[in-house]
Ligand binder design. Sequence first.
Ligand code: ADP
Ligand code: ZN
Length: 651
Amino acid sequence: MSEQPNHNATRSEAEDDKPKPWRIEGLTKKPTPTKGGDRPKLDWRRILSVALAGYLVTFLAVSLLDVTTAPKSIAYTEFQAQMAAQNVKSVYARGDTIQGELKSPKPLPDATPATEYTQFTTERPNWAKDDPLAELTAGGAVVRATPIVEQRGLLGSLLTSILPMLILIGLYLAASAWLMRRQLGGGGVGGLMGKKFTPVAEDEAKRVTFDDVAGIDEVEEQVTEIVDFLKNPGKYTRLGARAPKGVLLTGAPGTGKTLLARATAGEAGVPFFSASAAEFIEMIVGVGAQRVRQLFEEARKAAPAIIFIDEIDTIGRARGGGRALGGNDEREQTLNQILTEMDGFDGTEGVVIMAATNRADVLDPALTRPGRFDREITVHAPDRTGRVQILQVHMRKVPLAPDVDVEALAKSTPGMTGADLANLVNEAAILAAKRGADAVAQADFFNALEKVQLGVARHVVMPPDERRLTAYHEAGHALLGMLQKGADPVRKISIIPRGRALGVTLSTPEEDKYGYDADYLRGRIIGALGGLAAEQITYGKTTTGVDSDLEMATAIARQMVGRWGMSDRIGPMSVLSNEGDPRMLGISDATLAQVDEEARRIITDCLKEARQLLSDHKDKLDAIVSALLEKETLDEDEAYAAAGIERTTAA
Ligand code: ADP
Ligand code: ZN
């Protein structure tokens, strides 16, 4: 889209005045001429209509004037009467037409309503036998050869009609300039000029920056590149580097996705255009796509800029299956428009589009294709340290009593998001205000917590028992990952609930592996069963939290047996092909039963081994659990330190 259609110049005023479903931050509207040759353009359509209106007004005014001051047409007998009364001052005659002026006004005969006249015109019948010249000279009238009422010449008429028009246009220009000045910082765009807005960083104190975002440092790091790009786009474009175009922020509600996007814009000092996807399709049918186009156009003009689209899943749901009733075309059109706009960017515009969702799983794959929202940043609920930092950010705004203990508060608020914590601080301040206190005390925070927790139940503030069990489960996975030679090192353990999972243990290979041997695969199965084994040896029972672990263990074991020839009983034979029913390939039911049996044997063996390993290292397991309960998230170093295990670098 190197050629930009000049929508703005032709857009009508009425359209601009309609409410727009987006908000703008950090854009001081200051019309300035664009650089080089591209001067502000006048809207000729509008000027033409103003001119036409001016012309009409003038025309009417002049005609009215003509009617009132034009010479009255009178009967020749009336003219004779005036001649006889010697009341004629002057006449001009051409042929039989006589125009003239009376010395004193006389009532116009037969006129309703009664009017007087001085100027007149009349026709002299050519069979009249009078001698007007003699009579007139006798009455002292001047008989001239020039018209008494001067006809307006062509130039004169033009001038009289154009001059007021020019005055009107001048007035209009002055008025719109005045309006524009008044709109500085306001939302309205429009007016006569195709203008270009220069973003002027707003009152810096008011904008959100990374200072206001706490506890999600890792995520913050991921957007610093965007900040850098927006600050000096030239640095990147000069080298032909493509700018980051679309960033998808995923994470539970209230984890600070919107805040992060705003802070990115604030940090870079560029305008922030934000809209909720739902607002686009709630509008009148057929307008969604158009609004998207306008939004992108405005952002392009204000570039460098960030466009933020919240709840992108409401329009970005995968097509087909489970189509929502009604408004579906609208949704699709709006989505298509967003995709079209993004595809139209070649990366040099300096516009970064950020979108947020808490349902990344339902998104249309078209959205996440390269060149669109190809970068995904996941924002998690904060861990304990994160909660301390978030609480501190929000406590900056309230006066605190000396007894406030942020650490204790953070400890009591597992599972709460940034939004919950912000709300907590606010509620505490309200309680303190009700008390008539002039500082917020620790008791206020705990009273507020009770109140808030009722509302937070939705994202499971985990009861202590359950937290402990989750900690054992995750510690089991992690410890087995650490104990086995060649297993993938443990990167992170967490007992912060994320979506369906109550906790997570992350282990990734040191380097990309392309082939796996049986030992490694057994190690993977043992690791996968670590959660289950830990629950068994600690509690003597297991919970539903193990389902995905078992799925994984089973899948690996079955493939070892049926595809990779790693079982002596089945031998080197492909029983389970990649797809389709093995029976169609002539595999007997007996063989399939053997595969099942072998897989079960492998899993059972692995589970036995997992339990053995954990029992042998119960002290380490307990150590990881207490560290987890304390910190909720352990990174690689912390995890190995807690277990007291030397980190073995896989050679
Ligand atoms: P989301 O867009 O993920 O639903 P928001 O960004 O709207 O969440 O968060 C709502 C509010 O919660 C923010 O305005 C802010 O006050 C607070 N908040 C959320 N996360 C954080 C954080 N990491 N640091 C500080 N405040 C936060
Ligand atoms: Zn597990």
